[in-house]
Design a protein around this ligand. Structure first.
Ligand code: SAM
Ligand code: SF4
Length: 336
């Protein structure tokens, strides 16, 4: 067995997020600019190349993988890639293998793909949905249709996939819908997770006006709902409460008000083979170059180890009236 990946702060790196494409059929206001220029195809790793890199991570002790993007389900051949990752599930104890493969999606392609996703071994999906109002949905996603995402959630539930709805909470945009979203998620049998806007990439908008600290939101939610902290964790950064009235979990991802870095167990691989050791820092390692130069698995794993040895302690995101400090790349490039 290879020694596990431990970063300079003693954190065991066992979770990889893989962005399989920077492309998307939506242009959410907090994520992308309206006129995004996408990567030329030769820059993007083939699924064979991505699978090889993922295999190297598994051999180094990665136990969870989340497939994301861009919109992962718009890339042709995604079903086969998911099956490939799924083949690492259920391996004998003590052997390299995955405990879980999950997916983050905007839901638009789930009616078509939910069955194949389940067949590949995925049991949980995160679906982004910031509003239940069709007009607002169009304004926020610029290109999306609410109906498609709702059908996608239904298709996932019908396949027996557990669904967590991801809602980026934005001031004066959807903050008035948080109560109705909690109630709706209870009705459809989904958990809900609220996310603070992070300053990543130019979206053509000033983020200061939309930023909503979740500490404020939680206090407001508590006036209407009975919340109990629960120790439930999915390996990601969300902290959960149980909502007594709906029987569902409600998660909070609070990179801005309460940094989640101390327990960070994750790194992110972009579709070009760039490894980002922190969502909120610019340092990265180019794994495409060694991969395409034909190195063997041991050398590839050596590159990964050297990168993990540079994982920083945490991010330096700031959004307030005085300043906004973030990173230049978009969330869709890094993989949310
Ligand atoms: N297209 C898929 C989706 O929307 O779920 C997967 C990729 S998307 C980049 C992953 C998650 O990141 C989504 O839940 C999205 O809402 C969130 N996200 C994107 N940009 C963000 C930002 N600047 N701050 C906080 N969350 C962001
Ligand atoms: Fe696309 Fe997801 Fe970014 Fe929205 S958040 S633009 S759906 S990648």
């Amino acid at each position: 067995m290879n020694a596990p990946l431990i970063d300079p702060f003693g954190r065991h790196i066992s979770y990889l997020r893989v962005s399989v494409t920077d492309r998307c059929d939506m242009r959410c206001v907090y994520c992308m600019a309206e006129d995004m220029v996408f990567l030329p195809k030769p820059d993007v790793l083939t699924f064979e190349e991505l699978s090889r890199l993922c295999g190297a991570f598994v051999k180094l002790g990665t136990r969870r993988m989340r497939v994301t993007g861009g919109e992962p389900l718009v890339r042709r051949g995604i079903e086969t890639f998911l099956q490939e990752l799924g083949s690492w599930l259920g391996r004998p104890e003590g052997q390299p293998g995955l405990d879980e493969v999950t997916l983050t999606t905007n839901g638009s392609q789930l009616p078509r793909l939910a069955q194949a996703i389940r067949a590949a071994g995925v049991r949980r999906v995160n679906v982004s949905l910031d509003t239940l109002d069709a007009g607002r949905f169009r304004t926020i996603t610029r290109l999306g249709q609410l109906e498609r995402t709702l059908e996608g959630i239904e298709a996932a539930r019908a396949e027996g996939l557990a669904v967590r709805v991801n809602m980026v909470a934005m001031r004066d945009t959807n903050e008035d819908e948080i109560d109705s979203m909690i109630a709706w998620c209870g009705q459809v049998g989904a958990d809900l997770c609220l996310i603070e806007t992070m300053p990543m990439g130019d979206t053509g908008e000033d983020r200061t006006d939309r930023y909503l600290p979740l500490s404020l939101v939680r206090a407001r939610i508590e006036q209407r709902w009975t919340l109990h902290d629960v120790p439930y964790r999915t390996g990601g950064p969300a902290r959960y409460v149980h909502v007594a009235e709906t029987g569902r979990r409600l998660g909070f991802i609070t990179p801005m008000t309460h940094t989640f870095c101390e327990t960070c167990n994750r790194v992110r691989l972009s579709c070009t083979g760039t490894l980002y050791m922190c969502l909120g820092q610019d340092d990265s390692a180019d794994l495409r170059r060694p991969l395409r130069s034909g190195v063997d698995d041991q050398a590839l794993m050596g590159e990964i180890r050297r990168a993990i040895a540079r994982k920083p302690q945490g991010h330096d995101f700031i959004i307030d009236r005085q300043q906004t400090r973030g990173v230049g790349r978009h969330m869709s490039a890094t993989g949310g």
